[in-house]
Design a protein around this ligand. Structure first.
Ligand code: GLA
Length: 397
């Protein structure tokens, strides 16, 4: 499994091969797993995540001619995509370029990039794309992290908080994906062997140790998703409709996730069916996220696992963001003795299932879950044990 130092080395080598010179900065950002807290972030709720071993590294070199060149070893282009600092916002470039260029645009709008500056970038990634593991946020944060040493003196750099905000704005504004702050927060701030607990109502996060007797195992279904073209935006809209409907009855209500379940029972009937179902998912998920944290604090592993499985059920029945493939992975994982709970991770509509397991969970058990999947879908899913890693790393060269 590739680690951050190995990725940094590879991306620097790629830079030399492509541009024939050394980069000025390197950065690496991991993917993330969403442990629990599904579609709560843009509803002002709480969510728990952790960073993965897999991630994306960026090497960057400064140019003095306003040109931008970028190449990624996971994409089609055999030669770098070329554009300029002044023209990229209006050009039609390959879709993936929106992530790095969106961050560069944010940096420009923030006044970080001096007149006339240009950039060379190489991108190396070990993260599967469209697997619900925040490959977009990893790329955004790695670009933001590599930009900083080019334009700021050591000791005077913007902190991770600002880079997280810039990456998030780039995704909302430039890419056009109305995501919440979960991915960028975990990818930016994650710590080894810890969970990140984010409260989207305040945009604050806590760092919580993972009990050593627990582990996470990931199963990647063969259905990949692109959130930009998924029903994500539609869900966002349905949640907003639900919020607006409930605000007529609950004075001062700001976020859907802060609706009390009893209030949803009392007033939910004023909502149309779909917004009501989405609201029920969000409101109950918020309760589950808080209960999950309490269960971990009190060493109640079974309860924590059951909450994850309940989250998946709610995705399946109320939020309608699961798929038959994810359901099979969750159902067959749940039958294994050392699995405490399992659920889809991230936006949904494909991607990855995360299982909370006892440390006695064996490779044989994982293979048996994959057997069941393969019998039904004729493809073998990838699986791996995920260790919680640190977030963004930056290097000035
Ligand atoms: C995607 C988004 C996050 C969050 C999850 C669902 O990963 O980027 O902001 O909304 O989906 O919880």
């Amino acid at each position: 499994m590739s680690t951050s130092p190995a990725r940094l080395e590879s991306v620097a080598r790629l830079f030399g091969d492509v541009y024939g010179t050394l980069p000025n900065s390197l950065a690496d950002a991991p993917g993330r797993v969403e442990v629990i807290g599904n579609h709560t972030d843009y509803n002002g709720g709480s969510v728990v995540g952790a960073a993965l071993e897999r991630g994306t590294a960026v090497a960057m070199g400064l140019r003095a001619d306003g040109r931008i060149r970028l190449i990624s070893d996971t994409r089609q282009e055999a030669v770098p995509v070329e554009t300029t600092m002044t023209s990229f916002t209006s050009e039609r470039l390959p879709d993936w370029c929106a992530y790095p260029l969106g961050v560069i645009d944010e940096a420009r709008l923030n006044g970080w990039v001096p007149e006339g500056a240009g950039l060379d970038l190489t991108i190396h990634s070990t993260l599967p794309i469209g697997a619900g593991l925040a490959s977009s946020a990893a790329l955004e944060l790695a670009v933001a992290g590599a930009l900083v040493p080019l334009f700021f003196e050591a000791g005077n750099e913007p902190g991770t908080e600002m880079l997280v905000a810039a990456a998030h704005r780039a995704e909302n504004r430039f890419v056009g994906m109305p995501c919440g702050l979960l991915d960028q927060t975990v990818v930016g701030h994650a710590r080894e062997d810890h969970l990140i607990v984010m409260d989207a109502a305040t945009n604050r996060h806590d760092v919580v140790p993972i009990p050593s007797s627990l582990g996470f195992v990931l199963f990647q279904s063969h259905v990949s998703h692109a959130l930009v073209t998924s029903p994500y935006e539609e869900r966002h809209r349905e949640c907003r409709q639900a919020l607006m409907g409930l605000q007529r009855f609950i004075p001062g209500l700001r976020h859907l996730a802060s609706v009390h379940p009893a209030d949803l029972d009392a007033y939910g009937s004023v909502l149309e069916t779909r917004p009501r179902m989405r609201a029920q998912h969000v409101v109950e998920e918020q309760v589950r996220v808080l209960a999950f944290q309490e269960a971990l604090r009190n060493g109640k592993r079974e309860t924590a696992g059951a909450l994850m499985s309940a989250s998946h059920e709610s995705s399946r029945l109320l939020f309608d963001n699961s798929t038959p493939e994810l359901d099979v992975l969750v159902a067959s994982a749940s039958q294994q003795e050392n699995v405490l709970g399992a659920r889809l991770s991230g936006g949904g509509w494909g991607g990855t299932v995360v299982a909370l397991v006892r440390d006695t969970f064996s490779d044989h058990q994982a293979e048996s879950i994959c057997d069941t999947y393969e019998e039904l879908f004729e493809v073998r899913p990838h699986w791996w044990r995920s260790r919680a890693c640190r977030g963004l790393v930056q290097e000035r060269l």
